[in-house]
Each structure stands twice: as structure tokens, then as C-alpha cells.
Design a protein around this ligand. Structure first.
Ligand code: TXA
Ligand code: MG
Length: 337
């Protein structure tokens, strides 16, 4: 796989025009990019990731003016959100126009649209005359990729190139909001805090797939929410309660084959047995989001680790995205000390 620098955007565009896959940096996570209008290219995404065919892709556009090109009956709220937050980490699900193919949307009559805030990728999106379909650039089921090294780890030998944009600024995927129905519904908490969306949309309905494990017969509105996700190989357990209480519980329960992901302040207290990694200070949810997938991936380099205890963070702001991702990584296995 070629690693393309900031002055090789033309080469990335050329590869995409030839139906090849290029991993692209965004402010949330790396994306596995392809020409969204090419069946050959999009089929490669599903094959390379091992992604179930019923899981639709997000299309990426350079600015809000492309909304009307690909979406039908765009509601006023969509323009308001675009004005306030694009380019940025919010994805909108809207009615699709016929030019957006079935193989991108898994046959749904809607399409998820996102305008990422990452300079080289914006330049790339302007250079090509098609939207770029891009799921997160990880193998299906693994933690998303937030560093070039993660992309290489999962996809080397399987795709043509990755554009090196450095470490992703936010570190968790975009917030997804469904604006295709009569009322807005939150489908996935993410890089843009829900509280900010609610300034514009008012109190939102929340898809139950966000906070609960799904029974087999329930179909979440975002099909991807039903798959086990973000998961390292060891069993993850989320320990809730105040940081003091979760740290005390973990100290009591850890053994030599335990992995611990804790806040910086508790590193010394919890570095007794097993492998202890940190993900930012207690009150720095931005650091926690930035480090989360990197640290989950690190545990996989230690096959002796069988269980990973993670300290729960606050569910406010960006914290709701962090809690959703660690909840999913654990299969919603929470312990309340
Ligand atoms: O931050 C992000 O959103 C990253 C970067 C690369 O842009 N992309 C990303 O894509 O996270 P992916 O494929 O890993 O997650 C997209 C989620 C999936 O759960 C999928 O089911 C849902 O969006 N989705 C896509 N199209 C949809 C639609 N038309 N209706 C409802 N959900 C949709
Ligand atoms: Mg993904």
C-alpha cells in the first residue's frame, strides 16, 4: 500500500477514478474511500472490509451545495445543521435521489451524507466529480482506525493507498442524525455532541440501538448499529460509578491476565498486575475520545490479556459517544460496583 503525502492528492484522485480504494483521513476516523457511483469500486469496499452487504455507506461531499445534487426534499433543518456544523463531524440521513445507487445505500430510499473537516480530504473531494463512499477504514468488527499505522495494520496489501493526514483530531466517528422522517432521530452519538444539535433541532428522539444490546429480531435504523463493533479480542467490561469507585473495584478484581484502560490519574494506583493503559485525564473527554481506539487496538498486541476493564466516563457531550463505543466493545457488559 502506498502512503501518500499532502502533496500527492492528485495521485489519490487518479486512483479513485480508476475504481481503486484509497484510505482518507478525516477529523473523526480514517475512511476507506471509493467512487460512490461506481459499482466495481463500492463492491471492493465490502469485500476488503468483510462488511455485511446490508450495511449502507456514508457518502462524503466537499460542501453543503452538493446536498441538492444527491438528496431529495432536503428539509430546512438540514441546511441549518450544515450552516452551523459543516464541515464537521455530523452525518445526515436524507431521502436519496435516483443518482445514488442501491449498492451504496443497501437498497434503502435514504442516503447518509457527510462533509468532513480535514483539509487534504476536502481538496480531494473537490478534485473528483463524484461523492466518495467511505466507511471507517478498519476490518469489520475491529476498532476504527485513527492513525495511519492502524490503517496499515488492517489493510496493508488489500488496498492501493492511504493518504497520510496524521492522527485524527477527534477519534470517534461522526454523529448520525436521521432527517428523512417527520421528526429528527439520533442514530449514533459521535464527534458532534448531541447537546449542540439540540440547540437547533430541539429535544431529539434517540434510536434504542445506541444504549441497549439489540435482540436478534430488532432492526435498528442505522443497520451498522446491530453488529458487534469496536471490539478488541479480549472480553471488555465497563466499570461504572465515580472514577474513585470504579478504580477501587478494578484494583480489587485485576489479575495478571487483566487489561485495564483507566484515566491518567489512576495509572499508578492500577499498575499492579496485567497491562494498564490510560486514555486521558478524568475530565478530558476529548483526550479519551482521541486515545480510545488506539488503546483498544494496543490490547490486541497482548494475547495474554483475557479481560479488559474500562473506567466509564461521563455520558455528557462527547462522553456519550465514548460511552456508546465502549458499551458496544463490551457487548454492553457493565459492572456497577
Ligand atoms: O465519522 C464517520 O462517520 C466515518 C468517517 C470515515 O466519515 N465513517 C463511518 O462510516 O463511521 P461507517 O460505515 O463505519 O458507519 C456508518 C454508519 C453505519 O452504522 C451505517 O449502518 C449507517 O451509518 N448508515 C449509513 N447509511 C445509512 C442510511 N441511509 N440510513 C441509516 N443509517 C445509515
Ligand atoms: Mg465503522
Amino acid at each position: 500500500m502506498r502512503i501518500l503525502g499532502k502533496n500527492e492528492i492528485l495521485a489519490a484522485a487518479e486512483l479513485l477514478r480508476r475504481d481503486e480504494l484509497v484510505a482518507i483521513p478525516t477529523e473523526t476516523v480514517y475512511g476507506l474511500g471509493a467512487n460512490a457511483l461506481s459499482k466495481t469500486a463500492v463492491q471492493k469496499i465490502f469485500a476488503v472490509k468483510g462488511r455485511p452487504m446490508d450495511n449502507p455507506l456514508i457518502i462524503h461531499i466537499p460542501d453543503a451545495s452538493a446536498l441538492d445534487l444527491y438528496c431529495l426534499n432536503v428539509p430546512r433543518e438540514a441546511y441549518e445543521l450544515a450552516n452551523a456544523f459543516w464541515p464537521g463531524p455530523v452525518t445526515m440521513v436524507l431521502k436519496r435521489k435516483a443518482c445514488i445507487p442501491d449498492f451504496v445505500t443497501a437498497g434503502l430510499d435514504t442516503v447518509a451524507v457527510r462533509c468532513p473537516a480535514c483539509a487534504p480530504t476536502t481538496e480531494l473531494l473537490r478534485m473528483v466529480d463524484f461523492p466518495i463512499a467511505a466507511p471507517s477504514a478498519n476490518l469489520s468488527g475491529r476498532p476504527s482506525t485513527t492513525r495511519v499505522a492502524h490503517v496499515i495494520e488492517d489493510l496493508d496489501g488489500k488496498i492501493e493507498a492511504v493518504m497520510d493526514g496524521g492522527d485524527c483530531e477527534i477519534g470517534v466517528e461522526s454523529t448520525i442524525i436521521d432527517l428523512s422522517g417527520s421528526r429528527p432521530v439520533l442514530l449514533r452519538p459521535g464527534g458532534l455532541p448531541v447537546e449542540e444539535l439540540e440547540h437547533i433541532l430541539g429535544k431529539m428522539e434517540v434510536d434504542p440501538a445506541i444504549t441497549h444490546p439489540l435482540s436478534k429480531d430488532v432492526r435498528p435504523k442505522a443497520p451498522g448499529m446491530k453488529y458487534r463493533h469496536y471490539a478488541p479480542k479480549a472480553q471488555v467490561v465497563v466499570v461504572t460509578g465515580t472514577p474513585q469507585r470504579s478504580a477501587a473495584w478494578i484494583a480489587d478484581h485485576c489479575t495478571t491476565d487483566t487489561g485495564i484502560l483507566c484515566f491518567e490519574e489512576y495509572h499508578d494506583m492500577l499498575s499492579l498486575k496485567g497491562l494498564t493503559l490510560t486514555f486521558g485525564n478524568t475530565d478530558r473527554i476529548d483526550e479519551q475520545a482521541h486515545e480510545l481506539f488506539d488503546k483498544l487496538r494496543l490490547f490486541d498486541h497482548h494475547p495474554e490479556i483475557n479481560v479488559i476493564y474500562i473506567q466509564a466516563t461521563s455520558a455528557k457531550g462527547l462522553g456519550s459517544a465514548v460511552m456508546n463505543r465502549i458499551g458496544k466493545a463490551s457487548g454492553f457488559r457493565f459492572v456497577d460496583p
